[in-house]
Design a protein around this ligand. Structure first.
Ligand code: SF4
Length: 352
């Protein structure tokens, strides 16, 4: 049976991008159509990512003590949320943390520090950690998330081996002033573009459940497509006590799946990552959501606990997925290099 969502998937697979109206129809799907929506979004996911799940691991280098006032953030200026506060892990502590995630299967380590942006010394601390990480784990991708970045800082990170830079737009431009007043949406976009300019892979996503309208959620996703974000973390608001958004509870598990599906239809070939709030908001639909998204964080978040890493890995296996870069994933790859048996050393012409 060809449902409207499958027809939309057909159009997207044929190269026509989803429009704002398409995205709204996905976001507002009748809950009775949820599985049809997941099946259609899953076709896009499998076309670009097969049955792989990228596993990411967060290392919170510096926690709390931020001077910005992002209303959703437990680390913000004025937040009374009782989160851990500390100023910069030592390089050894950071490496130990990263090693724990890598041994659990993480293919990307995200080094995060709270604050408006790094100083020159902070960049030095991060590049030291990155150098040691890359030496020990050359195949692991490193993403940095340090706030607003000047071009020379971005270049220093890139030179040190950082692969990607995360800076979320968080919400639609038209909603941004409602959730933070100490910086602008344009400031955020500037940093994404700066990272992109020096060759860092841009990672930028959003937080759903901040009081935005459906149209604003779609606006944010279209903006991420326009920004050419390679990976798109989709966070679901965790309403920490002690923050201005405490008690805000706009999301249901089905709604979260619809949001992820909308991200998939708008950005079919981008890494869509289920990020903060996964366990709290998707609850028993987490494994269904993996048929739409292709990336998760393993274990804990910056200031909140996630489910056990073992439970995450079991969920991946139970759904018939494999961790990207794992032995199982490598074993199922069919694109093995063909050994040369022509040209030099043979009687055959090269490329015969
Ligand atoms: S989101 Fe980042 S910049 Fe905003 S308050 Fe939290 S740590 Fe600071």
């Amino acid at each position: 049976m060809s449902t409207p969502f499958h027809q939309l998937a057909d159009r997207i697979l044929a190269g026509a991008p989803a429009t704002a109206d398409d995205a709204l129809s996905v976001l507002r799907a009748d809950p009775a159509e949820l599985m049809s929506l997941v099946a259609a979004a899953g076709r896009l996911r499998r076309a670009h990512f097969g049955n792989t799940v990228k596993v990411n691991y967060l290392v919170n280098l510096k926690s709390g003590l931020c001077q910005e006032n992002c209303n959703y953030c437990s680390q913000a200026l004025g937040s009374a949320a009782p989160v851990l506060k500390y100023s910069w892990l030592s390089p050894d502590e950071a490496l130990d943390q990263a090693a724990a995630g890598i041994s659990g299967g993480a293919g990307r380590v995200c080094l995060v520090a709270s604050g408006r942006g790094p100083s020159g010394r902070d960049i030095g601390k991060v590049t030291e950690v990155v150098g040691a990480l890359k030496e020990r784990y050359p195949d692991v991708e490193v993403c940095a998330c340090l706030g607003f970045l000047a071009e020379e800082q971005a270049r220093a990170l890139s030179d040190a081996g950082v692969d990607a830079y995360n800076h979320n737009i968080n919400t639609a431009e038209s909603h941004h002033a409602e959730i933070v007043q100490t910086h602008t949406y344009a400031d955020r976009v500037d940093t994404v573009r700066t990272a992109q300019r020096v060759g860092l892979s841009p990672c930028s996503g959003l937080i759903a459940g901040l009081g935005e309208t459906d149209e604003q959620l779609v606006e944010a996703l279209l903006a991420l497509r326009e920004l050419d974000s390679d990976s798109i973390p989709v966070n679901f608001l965790m309403p920490f006590d002690g923050t201005p958004l405490a008690g805000t509870w706009e999301l249901t598990p089905a709604r979260c799946v619809q949001i992820l599906a909308t991200a998939r239809f708008v950005c079919p070939d981008r890494e869509v990552r289920i990020a903060g709030g996964r366990e709290m908001h998707l609850r028993s639909l987490q494994s269904i959501a993996l048929h739409v998204a292709n990336s998760i964080f393993l274990g804990d978040y910056l200031t909140s606990e996630g489910q056990d890493a073992e439970a995450d890995l079991a969920m991946i296996r139970d759904g018939g997925f494999v961790v990207l870069g794992s032995d199982e994933e490598l074993a199922q790859r069919t694109d093995r290099p063909a050994i040369r048996r022509r040209g030099a050393g043979t009687d055959l012409l090269p490329n015969a």
